[in-house]
Write a protein that binds this ligand. Structure first.
Ligand SMILES: [Zn+2]
Length: 397
């Protein structure tokens, strides 16, 4: 697979180069078909590219075409030459792959569905199948090598557009305030602790980083450490996503409307006063949690509203006036105008709800943590080092 990725990367760069020359000489930009043909011709002439399946080579051309198109549309920078470590996936459009020997392995908790995948010109993979998929509707297969060495195979399935009923009037709504101390505070009084996965693995990450810096660049040991570091980061990412998906599933089951604040997270991070605060903002991954929550609601035909974030934590939910003296350190909101006292984040989530035009039936009096949720099937990972001492509070049993 590594040889293939290298060849694909080279082909991409060759196409980029050819395109530039063509433009300089003839002021002509090649269209999709021309690029595809060029990729096939290059493959024919050059034995180096023959390790690639012909459709995979065409898809490399498509990838370049799309990157260039995004540049023309003003959505991205000009496509650049790719380095081998940046080119990490291959796509098989329709042919060149076959799934066989689908079987159930293991009992009880260890039960898994496995299958054998043959990719033309690469060979066989043993897959663990995470979801049922209609094989006859698969329109492309993407095989992706993660920096940690883990390989993902992604099947893209085309489904006829469902004539789903657009959501009726939402019956209940929830406001969600995102924060560092508590990752999410819901307007019904429930909250989710911030597990800070990066901060908890920081010792380990630092250790690996230091060890990496002492190794000779691109040596065997350097690559080994690099891979271990990537694994650590990947684990942190998976942990976050798992948590966010669980929260999203829970909320989307119970509510019809989700109200979030319209945050500019990048600005927030740049404004972060101390290094520690910036790290915590990064670690909370606000844009990712928002994206996942939104997706879970939209997928179920429900609504998401983003309301202005201006002064949400300073506004009093009861009388609507602003408490100017509130600082970042104050965890309790205390209204100087009407005397209303409530937890700071809970007040903010209620204000969000009101800005979206909803009045909650009752103001929750006390906060309660969200109990651990059933697992969504994310693989449990062997834990070691700094991760061992503190079990993540959201881990399902
Ligand atoms: Zn007030």
């Amino acid at each position: 697979m590594e040889t293939q990725l290298e060849a694909a990367c080279k082909l991409y760069n060759t196409l980029l180069h050819a395109e530039q020359e063509e433009y300089e000489e003839n002021k002509h930009t090649m269209n999709k078909t021309e690029l595809r043909q060029l990729a096939l011709d290059l493959r024919k002439q050059n034995p180096e590219f023959q390790v690639l399946h012909s459709q995979v080579a065409q898809q490399v051309a498509d990838r370049f075409y799309e990157a260039r198109q995004r540049f023309f549309d003003g959505l991205a920078n000009k496509p650049k030459k790719k380095k081998p470590h940046q080119y990490l996936s291959l796509v098989y459009p329709q042919s060149g792959w076959r799934l066989s020997n689908t079987r159930e392995v293991g009992l009880g908790k260890n039960n898994k569905r496995k299958a054998r995948l043959r990719l033309s010109k690469i060979g066989f993979f043993t897959l663990i199948i995470h979801r049922e998929l209609p094989l006859e509707q698969v329109c492309r297969v993407c095989v992706k090598l993660n920096p940690s060495g883990r390989i993902h195979v992604i099947f893209l399935v085309e489904e006829p557009e469902s004539q789903e009923q657009q959501s009726e009037e939402p019956k209940n709504a929830v406001g969600v305030d995102l924060g560092i101390a508590r990752l999410a505070t819901l307007s019904d009084g429930r909250y989710l602790e911030n597990p800070k996965p990066l901060e908890r693995s920081l010792d380990r990450v630092r250790l690996l980083q230091r060890s990496l810096s002492r190794k000779r660049f691109l040596s065997k040991n350097w690559l080994k450490t690099k891979r271990r570091l990537a694994k650590e980061h990947e684990h942190i990412k998976d942990f976050r996503r798992d948590l966010f998906f669980k929260l999203g599933a829970l909320l989307a089951q119970e509510y019809d409307l989700l109200v979030l604040e319209d945050l500019n997270t990048q600005g927030l991070i740049q404004k972060g006063v101390t290094k520690r605060r910036r790290l915590r903002l990064h670690d909370s991954a606000f844009s990712e949690i928002r994206r996942i929550l939104e997706w879970q609601f939209v997928k179920r035909g429900k609504t998401v509203l983003a309301v202005s974030a201006y002064n949400t934590s300073r506004e009093c939910f009861l009388c609507g006036r602003i408490n100017q003296s509130l600082t970042l350190e104050d965890r309790i909101f205390n209204c100087p105008h009407c005397g209303f006292t409530l937890d700071r984040d809970l007040n903010a989530s209620l204000v969000l709800l009101r800005r979206a035009g909803w009045v909650p039936s009752a103001v929750p009096v006390e906060l309660r943590p969200i109990p651990p949720l059933p697992s969504l099937g994310l693989k449990k990972r062997r834990q070691g080092g700094a991760l061992k001492q503190e079990a993540p509070p959201f881990r399902a049993g």
